[in-house]
Design a protein around this ligand. Sequence first.
Ligand SMILES: [Zn+2]
Length: 115
Amino acid sequence: MNRPPTFLWFAVLLLLLLPTAAGRVLLDLVGGLALVLLAVPLLLTGLGWIGWKVLQSRMVSCPACGTASIKGVDRCPACGTSMPVDSSGAAPPEPAVPASDVTIDVTAQEVNSDS
Ligand SMILES: [Zn+2]
């Protein structure tokens, strides 16, 4: 009873080793399946990580109870504590020195070369 499976394995091995069209098709099929099996989890992991980062950047946690909620809400949906205003996504804070004080004003002067 052990004879037919051994012969079958030998035939498959011969099919893979010999450069025949059927062997190539089988190898391509196995290679493609292995690639898909390896690539799909990696792709899903990458997409999940990107999605998690995007979600994390849009979430803010309550200082009182720690419940995560979407950025932009003024009150915590769980406990009702007013959320701190996060300025990371808003306009940058005003600088201490006005920009007009640190820029160099260049004024045009008329130069008389023929005098
Ligand atoms: Zn809360």
